[in-house]
Design a protein around this ligand. Structure first.
Ligand code: SAM
Length: 188
């Protein structure tokens, strides 16, 4: 009955985002979320897909090409530079943003997201997202360096002003071995 972390993330994305929206995948990795976003927004919408690794951008491009989706901009750079690529006119109009924190599955475990860029990127994402829409963080933290990022992200999000944001934590608290969890931030 309870949705797992990925199905619940996708449920939240479908709740936040509509056809025609402009949206952001802040960590495209193997492209699974980018694919979902592209299918929800359709050709009248647009997806910005960020990742620092060439391999992630190549894999995501190939996956989206398989589905013949062309309404995606691929950016091999840090999500902390999001405002360099997403036009300023989109500030306050983005339908939803998703971050998957951690390392690229089946790849170099040393290349991880870190709070030094994740926190500034979340702040920019919160500026860009439309009121009533979501910035979703899926937090994997079982790897080396993961706990420091998790703690920084929790501390930052717990202290967001409740008059401006609703912040939800979704987690299976009886699972062993660092189960991933979701922080969903709704801009009010
Ligand atoms: C957990 S994986 C993403 C999984 C992806 N959503 C999927 O469906 O496969 C995290 C990704 O974040 C990327 N990354 C690390 N630091 C980054 C940064 N500063 N900006 C953008 N991407 C970053 C990594 O290269 C990695 O591909």
């Amino acid at each position: 009955m309870l949705k797992g972390i990925i199905p619940y993330t996708h449920h939240l994305l479908k709740t936040s985002i509509q056809e025609g929206d402009i949206v952001i995948d802040a960590t495209c990795g193997n492209g699974n979320d980018t694919l979902l976003l592209a299918s929800i927004v359709g050709e009248t919408g647009h997806v910005y897909a960020f990742d620092i690794q060439e391999q992630a951008i190549t894999t995501t491009k190939a996956l989206l090409a398989e589905h013949n989706y062309k309404h995606v901009t691929y950016i091999q750079d840090s999500h902390a530079n999001l405002n360099t690529y997403v036009p300023i006119e989109q500030k306050g109009k983005i339908g939803g943003v998703v971050f998957n924190l951690g390392y690229l599955p089946r790849s170099d475990k040393q290349i991880i997201t870190t709070s030094e860029s994740t926190i500034p990127a979340i702040k920019i994402a919160l500026d860009y997202v439309e009121k009533g829409h979501l910035v979703i963080l899926v937090i994997y933290y079982g790897h080396e360096g993961g706990t420091a990022e998790k703690d920084a992200v929790l501390s930052f999000t717990k202290n967001l002003d409740q008059k401006q944001y609703n912040v939800l934590q979704y987690q299976f608290i009886n699972q062993k071995n660092h189960p991933p969890f979701i922080i969903a931030i709704e801009k009010r």
